[in-house]
Ligand binder design. Structure first.
Ligand SMILES: Nc1ncnc2c1ncn2[C@@H]1O[C@H](COP(=O)(O)OP(=O)(O)O)[C@@H](O)[C@H]1O
Ligand SMILES: [Mg+2]
Length: 292
């Protein structure tokens, strides 16, 4: 098992994967959260991870982030097997995870949160506040956002806190940015700003793994999508040519024809017609028809 089980498809093979999972399995007691799942993240792409609740998305992320060790299979960094003994190992390898609700230190400034524990110092070990501030301004410029380095974290919106976390990832030279449902608590405007930051990072060569229940966001932001269902890899490939319905079917896993088996009937009768079906947080305005 020294080789990745699945290579990139020729059509999307623009750059070698920076981070990959090869046939990874992970169980919690009797629960098989991931079974033989492979996935590769390339520099300069935003990759969506889709699946219903319980599909294994967070387990996959935690495996990439060094929180979980796989029971089987491998994590590959620059094509080589790597073992992360903890989150610090993954961070040192350039992998940053942005969670839905970041936890900054409320009494510290934005700049202090970003550089905590590694502030530039001057003589007598005193923190060089000006250098910290300037470095933070540089990070914000790179992200194309305006946030004063001196503002305390207390009182920042969740969206701004996420930006601070992203700036922190950038300060660690992260090459892979993993975002677990980052837009769940954001307004439309905040989501647009986050997407603009993500695109900026992508254009600077980062690989981004983006988890969202919202299919419109996936289609807007991402180049490729991997779908998981019940811990199994269902598909991984370009979004081009896929419809939202295709994606829903992969996530939910049942062609409606399986739910309503074919009966003797004239071919072409509409057996079921669904118009603008919405399941809060999962899919929106999905319409389709099933014919016998
Ligand atoms: N630490 C854990 N202990 C026990 N079961 C877990 C743990 N983490 C996840 N699971 C189980 O693994 C499955 C996948 O969960 P998860 O990766 O959180 O899915 P998702 O993020 O797609 O909703 C679920 O059945 C969940 O209950
Ligand atoms: Mg989850």
């Amino acid at each position: 098992m020294n080789q990745p089980a699945t290579g990139p498809s020729p059509a999307t093979d623009r750059a070698a994967p920076v981070l990959a999972l090869s046939d990874v399995s992970k169980s919690f007691g009797a629960v098989r959260a991931l079974q033989d799942v492979s996935l590769s993240l390339r520099p300069g792409e935003v990759h969506a991870l889709a699946g219903e609740n319980g599909a294994g998305k967070s387990t996959l992320i935690k495996t990439l982030a060094g929180v979980h060790r796989p029971d089987g299979g491998q994590v590959l960094l620059d094509g080589r097997p790597v073992v992360f003994h903890g989150p610090a190992d993954a961070r040192a390898a350039g992998i940053a995870v942005i969670y839905q609700e970041p936890t900054l230190f409320p009494d510290l400034s934005i700049a202090e949160n970003i550089f905590m524990g590694r502030q530039p110092r001057r003589g007598l070990g005193r923190i060089d506040h000006r250098a910290v501030r300037e470095a933070t301004e540089g990070l914000m410029r790179r992200l194309g956002v305006e946030l004063s380095p001196d503002r305390p974290a207390r009182g920042l919106s969740i969206a701004d806190q996420q930006i601070v976390e992203i700036a922190k990832a950038l300060s660690f030279d992260a090459r892979v940015l993993i975002m677990d449902e980052p837009t769940a608590a954001l307004t439309g405007g905040e989501t647009a700003r986050l997407f603009s930051v993500v695109r900026t990072l992508r254009d600077q060569g980062a690989a981004v793994l983006f988890i969202s229940h919202r299919l419109d966001e996936i289609f807007e932001l991402c180049e490729r999508v991997t779908t998981l269902r019940d811990g199994h890899l269902i598909s991984s490939g370009p979004l081009t040519g896929l419809t939202e319905d295709d994606l829903v079917r992969r996530m939910v896993g049942r062609d409606l024809e399986d739910l309503y088996p074919k009966q003797d009937a004239a071919v072409g009768d509409v057996a079921l017609s669904v118009g603008r079906l919405t399941r809060e947080g999962v899919f929106r305005d999905v319409s389709f028809e099933v014919r016998r």
